[in-house]
Design a protein around this ligand. Structure first.
Ligand SMILES: Cc1cc2nc3c(=O)[nH]c(=O)nc-3n(C[C@H](O)[C@H](O)[C@H](O)COP(=O)(O)OP(=O)(O)OC[C@H]3O[C@@H](n4cnc5c(N)ncnc54)[C@H](O)[C@@H]3O)c2cc1C
Length: 416
């Protein structure tokens, strides 16, 4: 059995730790944050989304990004700045945003998402109901006929991929979601999507991994990775030196820095998003939903309601832009007219940095340069959704088994 060291205790790191511990490996997890942390894997929208078979880099996104660049409340924003890494990322994004690439990526994303959904059902059996896996589907809500027409095309593509999707008019939408009054012309219902409480998932998963014997290094930043030839020998942190047989990098938005220390190029930008959680919402839907035009996600979590959105490619920083938060808040009464912007006046916005690869696909695999290194990051908007299958695939790689999914599109070397 191998000594597996995992850098990063976000949902991807924990999922890798869990799957590796299940295989009997000796697992060590390092995170520079303290154990009580609140990063990207905690305040997200908690959606498990087979419906998201289109990566962020899709036709039309470059034009939309340029248009939205001038709108401070827009849901997608690239902060203009002189930065070579951003320019490279933008170039690869532009090259990936073609129908052909999206066509190639869709079946892979579908397979990963469906496998992850099955793994979440298994996790709910193994860890109990605490993280609130709710298999009620997702509604893509449209206020305009133009948006509904666009979504109709998604329904066709979803069905071609064998996914369930139903186009609903306003009356049918109201019938399927009686918990909340909506102002929409219609929606698409994706019955296979699910939602859960990400913070509770993190807590129960961590507890189980601890019970399985994993060692944790909290509040320790990895500063160096030592290697000899193609073999990584140890990881040096601000406080320890840990000998490893296998290293897994799950550093989220900070992974490029870790990779460059190993002489690897991993184009990745942090995509900031915000969420606001209403503890006593005026109305509580039963299903999670996405406001199509506003690109805002809404998820019931127990008796509370979380609203999240924006993708701000603005670098690694902790600033909160009130204009973008306002954009999210303003969208809510447009779709849910019982809600008021004042409902949010006492709520502190949470933010998280999504690790975004330029082609919208995760990095998952072994870079050629090292025999005992696995990269698992870059999941962007789908990190929670794809976490269990990512963990399982990493464990298969650690065990030197043939991965159950063809990982060539996800190679960490694909932009080298
Ligand atoms: C508003 C919002 C809504 C979202 N909604 C959804 C959703 O509904 N469904 C979905 O699937 N996804 C969603 N996401 C995306 C999802 O949250 C992310 O993809 C996921 O959390 C990324 O997990 P991660 O483990 O890769 O990264 P992180 O959670 O960022 O974890 C990386 C960890 O690595 C540690 N680290 C980095 N460098 C070092 C170092 N040098 N030394 C030690 N530790 C280090 C960091 O401290 C961090 O804890 C959403 C994101 C946002 C912002």
């Amino acid at each position: 059995m191998a000594r597996v060291c995992i850098i990063g205790a976000g949902i991807i790191g924990l999922s890798c730790a869990y799957s590796c511990a299940l295989q009997g490996h000796t697992v060590t997890v390092i995170d520079r944050e303290p154990e009580r942390r609140d990063g990207c894997s905690f305040g997200n929208a908690g959606m498990v989304v087979p419906s998201h078979f289109t990566p962020l880099a899709a036709p039309g996104m470059v034009a939309l990004g340029l248009k939205w660049m001038w709108n401070p409340e827009s849901p997608f924003w690239i902060k203009p700045r002189l930065d070579l890494e951003l320019a490279r990322w933008g170039f690869h994004f532009w090259r990936a945003a073609t129908s052909e690439r999206v066509r190639q990526a869709a079946p892979l994303l579908r397979d990963l998402s469906l496998a992850s959904r099955t793994a979440f059902q298994q996790l709910a059996r193994d860890l109990g109901p605490a993280f609130g896996l709710t298999e009620q589907g997702l509604l893509m809500l449209c206020r305009t006929q133009k948006a509904l027409d666009e979504e109709q095309e998604t329904v066709v593509r979803a069905r071609e991929l064998g996914l369930a999707a139903e186009l609903l008019d306003a009356r049918q939408t109201a019938q399927i979601e009686p918990g909340v009054r909506m102002s929409v012309v219609g929606s698409v219902y994706f019955p296979q999507d699910c939602h859960l409480s990400p913070a509770r998932l993190m807590a129960v998963l961590q507890e189980r991994i601890t019970a399985m014997g994993a060692a944790w290094h909290w509040g320790e930043e990895v500063t160096r990775i030592e290697s000899s030839g193609s073999t990584i020998s140890s990881v040096v942190t601000t406080q320890s030196r840990i000998a490893v047989d296998e290293l897994v990098v799950c550093g989220g938005s900070w992974s490029p820095g870790l990779a460059s220390g190993l002489g690897l190029r991993l184009p990745l930008q942090a995509g900031k998003g915000y969420s606001l959680t209403l503890q006593n919402p005026r109305q509580l839907p039963g299903k999670c939903a996405i406001f199509h035009e506003a690109r805002v996600a809404v998820t019931p979590m127990g008796s509370s309601l979380r609203i999240g959105g924006t993708m701000e490619i603005g670098g690694l920083n902790n600033t909160i832009d009130p204009r973008r938060v306002r954009g999210i808040i303003r969208s809510v009464p447009l779709y849910y007219p019982e809600f008021q912007p004042s409902d949010f006046s006492d709520i502190r916005p949470w933010f998280g940095l999504r690790p975004c690869s330029p082609d919208g696909l995760p990095y998952l695999g072994r870079p050629e340069k090292y025999r005992n290194l696995v990269i698992a990051t870059g999941h962007a908007m789908m990190g929670l959704s794809l976490a269990p299958i990512s963990g399982q695939l990493v464990a298969e790689l650690i065990d030197r088994r043939k991965p159950s999914t063809n990982l060539s599109l996800l190679s960490p070397d694909r932009f080298a």
